[in-house]
Design a protein around this ligand. Structure first.
Ligand code: RP5
Length: 315
């Protein structure tokens, strides 16, 4: 067996192991049990076999909790039943996207129902929108390099993919530098904006600095590839409000564009760094599944390019 074949086998079995996968993202692990974030509200216990709505759970009596902090916020919906609030569920409601990537969600007693199942709490918690709350997640990647500048290979001849992670101010967990899509905003634009705010601290830049940064990186950030769109197992989800995201991978194959980026945590982030994508990675919500998916795709493209002469010279 050639070295390339052995590497291929190791790469694919590594990825399979790491891929508890996107399937597990579409269920509740992090938004079930314990205290609801930033509150003293206990979620009603939901055993594994009672998550899906199709399984009867007569005793189910979740508390109703909507954080007082979201009341009146421009990014938050009013309460259901308020006379001026006539939401168009499952549609683009003027500039608020109330469509779910998962298809049509049910409206029960005038309130959207979480399409994945029970979370142990009703209301909106700290989420602004009833139903889907849309986010965008940039996954900025490069290959890990060695001192000579070439791609570093493990003893099994596998390259290590790195991505830009931020440390969230609210939970202290490492996460993708994503954020909410503003009403009317394009998702790709939101991903680029969030990266600038959280990983580059563009909010603290002068106008000139921002303009120079944008000129330099706009081309790179216009070439992203969608890697995932769908549900996020976010600890803030409730039975009536949940996170969905579109994750876009911006990959710097030879590390020449963003490889040398100066990272500065900004906005809601308290830390930022390049992180190796390894099997023991721990990330916020279901971000681990997203980065594993990016790794799977990048490694399969890397092996397709295995005969790339330039790369061999670089390595
Ligand atoms: C996650 O929450 C999304 O994947 C995205 O990373 C993030 C958006 O929420 P904020 O960071 O704006 O709180 O579900």
């Amino acid at each position: 067996m050639s070295m390339t074949t052995i590497s291929l086998i190791i790469i694919f079995s590594t990825v399979l192991m790491m891929r508890a996968g996107l399937a597990t993202m579409a269920t509740h692990f992090k938004c079930r049990g314990g205290l609801y974030p930033r509150s003293k509200v206990e979620r009603f216990p939901v055993p594994d076999d009672k998550v899906i709505w199709g399984t009867p759970y007569k005793e189910y009596a979740p508390r109703n909790y909507t954080s007082p902090h979201i009341t009146g916020k421009p990014w938050a919906d009013p309460e259901i039943g308020e006379p001026d609030f006539q939401p168009q569920w499952n549609k683009l409601d003027y500039d608020v996207n109330r469509e779910s990537y998962l298809g049509e969600y049910a409206i029960i007693n005038r309130v959207p129902r979480n399409p994945i199942g029970r979370t142990g709490i009703i209301g909106r918690g700290v989420l602004g929108r009833w139903g889907p709350n849309h986010a965008a997640d940039p996954v900025v990647t490069r290959w890990k390099t060695c001192e000579t500048g070439g791609i570093e290979l493990t003893k099994d001849n596998i390259p290590t993919l790195q991505f830009v992670a931020i440390k969230r101010g609210d939970t202290g967990e490492w996460a993708l530098p994503g954020g909410m899509v503003d009403p009317g905003e394009r998702v790709a634009a939101a991903a680029f904006r969030e990266f600038q705010e959280e990983a580059i601290n563009s909010l603290q830049m002068t106008d000139d600095q921002r303009e120079t940064w944008q000129l330099e990186f706009e081309k790179f950030f216009s070439g992203g590839e969608i890697m995932y769109c769908g549900y996020v197992d976010d600890p803030r989800n409730t039975d009536n409000a949940w996170m969905e995201t579109l994750a876009i991978n911006f990959h710097d194959e030879d590390g020449s564009v963003v490889g040398g980026l100066k990272l500065h945590a900004g906005d809601d982030a308290v830390g930022v760094r390049w992180v190796d994508i390894t099997p023991d990675l721990k990330l916020y919500a279901s971000h681990k599944d997203i980065v594993y998916e990016v790794l799977r795709k990048r490694l399969s493209m890397y092996t397709e390019d295995d005969d790339d002469e330039d790369r061999k010279k670089r390595g």
